[in-house]
Design a protein around this ligand. Structure first.
Ligand SMILES: [Mg+2]
Length: 249
């Protein structure tokens, strides 16, 4: 089955945490070497907000994307830089940002992330080394006030509260429905827990890069996932070669 869409996380996957862009540029060169008619659509899917995401991709030497999901699947921007309203309207029922802020403000140790990390359908917090019990309590408190939200915890630090229908996986599912693609025509790549919803879509093809966190490995056990030897963008190259998007060297 030829691959028609490649969707990837950025930080720690296509972009290096070290700030070194050499591997990202190797990915870019390999991507652009695929003839246009055979190249899958490219989609970035990140916790960063859309504008920041586009800028980070550009700075890292990555190719422009066809679609871009920002804020853990809460915003979709098309290749012309336009926000796809139809996509985010689905989140209104069961969402109230100010109520989320009120509940989280009562959690000891939770600190609101700076404004540039917040968006209309995402409330982001820092909470260091939260236990499973504390996360369960937060979920319960949000449920009690009748919010229909997902609590995503990554890197033992980042706590994102988003509408229940919004995560990176549902974003890809929506896009595939929109484009008329099957999930087995899609490859996804990531490195942390908030990427796992992409890998858990039925019949999708996953790339867990060499530096993937244990939380992603555990959450994707039983999924179709390639664990690459190489880290970050070199791992993506290894994975896309495995799935036949890039020609074997
Ligand atoms: Mg990442």
């Amino acid at each position: 089955m030829p691959i028609r869409l490649f969707a990837s996380d950025l930080d720690g996957t296509l972009l290096s945490f070290s700030g070194d862009t050499a591997a990202s540029q190797r990915f870019s060169a390999a991507w652009q070497a695929v003839p246009v008619g055979e190249r899958p659509l490219l989609c970035y899917n990140s916790g960063r907000l859309a504008n920041d995401l586009r800028e980070a991709a550009h700075k890292g030497g990555l190719p422009p994307s066809d679609y871009l999901f920002g804020g853990v699947g809460t915003t979709l921007v098309d290749r012309n830089g336009r926000i796809v309203r139809e996509y985010q309207e689905q989140f209104r029922p069961g969402w109230d940002r100010s109520l989320v802020v009120e509940v989280l403000s009562s959690i000891k140790g939770a600190k609101r992330q700076p404004e540039r990390f917040q968006s209309p359908f995402k409330s982001s917090w820092f909470l260091l080394n939260a236990s499973a019990e504390l996360l369960a309590e937060i979920r319960e408190r949000l449920r009690t006030v009748e919010l229909d939200v997902t609590v995503v915890y990554s890197s033992a630090r980042d706590l994102d509260i988003v509408p229940a229908a919004a995560d990176k996986g549902n974003a890809i599912r929506w896009l595939c429905d929109h484009l008329g693609y099957s999930l087995n025509e899609v490859v996804v790549a990531g490195d942390t827990g908030n990427d796992s919803s992409m890998f858990r879509l039925p019949n999708i093809n996953g790339i867990a890069v060499g530096n993937a966190r244990e939380e992603l490995i555990e959450a994707t056990a039983g999924c179709r996932v390639l664990h690459t030897a190489a880290p970050e963008a070199d791992g993506v190259i290894e994975g896309l070669t495995h799935y036949g998007v890039f020609a074997k060297a």
